[in-house]
Ligand binder design. Structure first.
Ligand code: SAM
Ligand code: SF4
Length: 345
């Protein structure tokens, strides 16, 4: 059964004691909402949307700015204080900055983060920071321009790197790079990545490719490279940083000669789901308890009016007992997830 803890008793530290904490039957507490603003994307990453975004007929439209505001309000009343804007590519929405500003202005929201492919970041970093976004994750799978174009379908590496540099100048509290380990790239371009991390205060996070229903053929040829990276780091003076309470899923390494850090996200690793602290809302208003779970719970009918908030809160809390202990990726089961763009990676 889902339980509420009173304020001030969250395991995740005093910074986060903003309200009752929603808890599942495995004792995990939920502080973090991943909000997908759209399934649309202007890139065609080979492992995510290899044919680009193709609109499906008959689906409900994306949540409006007002519906998003109501949803965030309800989740924040349940103790979720951090929101990440994701997608699809969230910044293809013309009202992206307004949505971010609305959410950052909600009384119980402490942190707004975003995940982007970076195509608008060089131009918009300052205005997004001014709108109240605190932290930004940018996806860069390789620093080789030709391979970047091959993987994403867009020859935009230089613009994306300029975006990272502008984000660092704009004063975000954290700038992280998401870098999926891919067979077509082979071993990471190690020297280029080390040079990038030496000069910049970023965390470069290698992510094991996760199997989805859309990339299972490609996935079969995948060899997990994270263990090799771990050995490389540990053999060359990098040390593992202590994981603070409420830390994200990455194991992080630091080195005295580098301004930045290197992280590893290993969803196939043991205990990966034990510290799960997040819930997801799709761009069409479905609550997802796991990235690789069920079809989702439709919340949309409860987002129409402000006076539905109580029922909305009860509906979210009632869904929580269905959250499973972990994903079943090891068994080749990706749940109902066609690709990560569909519910927000
Ligand atoms: N479009 C934005 C972007 O690419 O950053 C946000 C959405 S994207 C789905 C979020 C993150 O999920 C990206 O860093 C992407 O590389 C990662 N991702 C997508 N599919 C993945 C998969 N099958 N396995 C691991 N990571 C994946
Ligand atoms: Fe688009 Fe992000 Fe998926 Fe790449 S990973 S296709 S940028 S949603």
């Amino acid at each position: 059964m889902a339980l509420f803890d009173p304020p001030g008793q969250s395991e995740t530290g005093p910074d986060q004691e903003v309200g009752p904490a929603l808890r599942d039957r495995f004792g995990r507490r939920f502080s973090y909402l991943r909000l997908s603003l759209t399934e649309r994307c202007n890139f065609r990453c080979t492992y995510c949307l290899p044919n680009g975004f193709i609109a499906q007929k008959g689906l409900p439209p994306e949540l409006t700015r007002d519906e998003i505001g109501r949803a965030v309000g309800a989740f924040s009343k349940l103790g979720l204080w951090k929101v990440r804007l994701t997608g699809g590519e969230p910044t293809v929405r013309s009202d992206f900055t307004d949505i971010a500003r609305d959410i950052a202005g909600q009384p119980d929201i402490r942190r707004v983060a975003m995940t982007t492919n970076g195509y608008r970041l060089a131009r918009e970093a300052e205005s997004w920071r001014a709108a109240g976004i605190d932290a930004v994750n940018v996806s860069i799978d390789t620093l080789d321009r030709a391979r970047f174009a091959q993987v994403t379908g867009r020859d935009m590496l230089d613009q994306v790197i300029a975006g990272v540099d502008n984000a660092l100048d704009a004063g975000f509290s954290a700038v992280k790079i998401n870098s999926v380990l891919l067979p077509e790239i082979g071993a990471p371009d190690w020297d280029a990545i080390l040079g990038f991390v030496a000069e910049r205060n970023v965390t470069w996070r290698f992510i094991e490719l996760m199997r989805t229903n859309g990339n299972s053929a490609e996935f079969r040829s995948q060899v997990h490279a994270s263990q090799a990276i771990r050995e490389k780091l540990e053999g060359s003076g990098w040390t593992q940083r202590d994981r603070g309470e409420g830390a994200g899923p990455a194991t992080e390494y630091v080195h005295p000669d580098f301004r930045g850090r290197i992280g590893l996200i290993t969803p196939y690793g043991e205990g990966f789901c034990d510290s799960c602290n997040r819930l997801r809302l799709s761009s069409r208003g479905r609550l997802h308890l796991c990235l690789f779970g069920e079809q989702g719970y439709d919340l949309r009918r409860l987002l129409e009016r402000d006076d539905q908030q109580e029922e909305l809160i009860e509906t979210i809390a009632r869904a929580l007992p269905d959250k499973t202990q972990g994903h079943r990726l090891h068994e080749g089961d990706s749940g109902a997830t066609p690709h990560l763009a569909s519910i927000g990676g």
